[in-house]
Design a protein around this ligand. Structure first.
Ligand SMILES: *Cc1c(COP(=O)(O)O)cnc(C)c1O
Length: 374
């Protein structure tokens, strides 16, 4: 804090057991980290040998089970995270022109990647003010529609369903980076449902995964036969490697192992129903608190668009959110600061599946206590 008063010390009895509430990278279970160092861990071993290949195969099977993948869909993996998947889509999936849900920071970044590609037409972009999503509608000459299921900078979610009136064969690309593993989706409504594991999957960054439909795989095979595409951005090359439970180049083994740990834990406890119950309990408690208190409200006004996995709360002028987050940080409760550009006087809380809802209840107690003492 910038003033010279003694920093506030939140009583230990109010504090969450784990104070990490970031929206990505997010809380990683301590047991998963311990398993990395245990005998028999894959750390420090070859990614071309059976232990890592069988870990990747299990990840692929478990992801397919979690989302009940339709026949013919493939779980494809590669290095580089979701940003790289945008470049892959530019190279391998968009034929002439794409249309984008361009709300929030992450929606916009994909449009920027497309707009810079000299071989593609000007993208169509559906924008909305921070805290809202636009409706995806069909547009002429568009062969790819893309939007985020959960827009993470503000916590806005949008339906996952094929755009009505889109021409036959148009591909639907869903950025599920912060929704996968915490929100369900009907994968048959999508052609590439892609994500990275540092959010609901409680892992580290650097990897992307995509559920690719037969149509997406065919589009990629056709376009990459016609266009020069760098091998690292070639979805067809990634699909060939993924079929062998490999990646084109060396993956981060810790990222794979932590991802596998969280996915196994989710499935053992009930899969998607379990994950959704947790994320909804955590975010629901925050939204209920914000609706009950006069000095704060959910930032996303429309309850149907309010994210179950990332809750953004807007304070009025009676509360200084910056002072609030700095007291929290000094007390070991971290990463509830708002996204860089989203809006002033907010907090943003990651309510991913790895977060215990009782920790969110404790966080709310700490917020109440601190606001009273500020
Ligand atoms: C975090 C996030 C990204 C960026 O993921 P990287 O793995 O860092 O590239 C993209 N889209 C959404 C919706 C995100 O939440």
């Amino acid at each position: 804090m910038t003033n010279d008063r003694a920093p506030l010390i939140i009583p230990d009895r109010l504090k969450p057991r784990d104070g990490r509430f970031g929206s990505g990278p997010s809380r990683v279970p301590v047991e998963a980290l311990e398993a990395l160092a245990a005998p028999g861990s894959v750390m420090g071993t070859s990614h071309r040998q059976a232990p890592v290949k069988s870990l990747v195969a299990r990840l692929q099977e478990n992801l397919a089970a979690l989302y009940r993948l339709p026949d013919g869909y493939q779980v494809v993996l590669g290095n580089g995270g979701s940003n790289v998947f945008w470049d892959i889509a530019v190279c391998c999936l968009i034929e002439h022109r794409s249309a984008h849900g361009a709300w929030g920071e992450f929606g916009r970044k994909f449009v920027d990647a497309v707009a810079a590609a000299p071989f593609l037409g000007e993208p169509v972009s559906y924008a909305a003010p921070f805290g809202q999503a636009a409706t995806m509608v069909s547009a002429d000459g568009v062969d790819v529609y893309a939007w985020p299921q959960n827009e993470t900078s503000t916590g806005v979610c949008a339906p996952v369903q094929r755009v009505g009136g889109a021409h036959d064969g148009a591909l639907m690309l869903i950025d599920a980076t912060s929704s996968a593993g915490g929100m369900d989706a009907d994968i048959s409504q999508t052609d590439a449902y892609y994500f990275a594991p540092q959010k609901n999957f409680a892992s580290d960054g650097g990897l992307w995964a995509a559920f690719c439909s037969p149509a997406a795989l065919e589009r990629s095979a056709r376009l990459t036969a016609q266009r020069w595409v760098p091998p690292m951005l070639n979805l067809t090359v990634a699909a060939e490697n993924s079929a062998l439970h490999q990646t084109l180049n060396t993956p981060a083994l810790a990222t794979l192992a932590l991802f596998d740990h969280q996915l196994t834990w989710l499935l053992e406890n009930g899969g998607m129903a379990f994950a959704e119950a947790r994320t909804q309990a955590s975010s629901g408690a925050l939204y209920a608190w914000a609706e009950a208190k006069p000095f704060v409200r959910p930032f996303v006004a429309d309850p149907a668009q309010r994210s179950p996995v990332v809750a953004t709360l807007q304070f009025d002028e009676s509360v200084d959110a910056k002072a609030l987050t700095s007291v929290m940080r000094a007390n070991g409760i971290v990463d509830i600061e708002p996204y860089r550009s989203a809006g002033p006087n907010q907090i943003r809380v990651g309510c991913y599946a790895a977060v215990d809802p009782s920790d969110v209840d404790a966080l709310i107690e700490c917020l109440d206590w601190t606001i009273e003492h500020l």
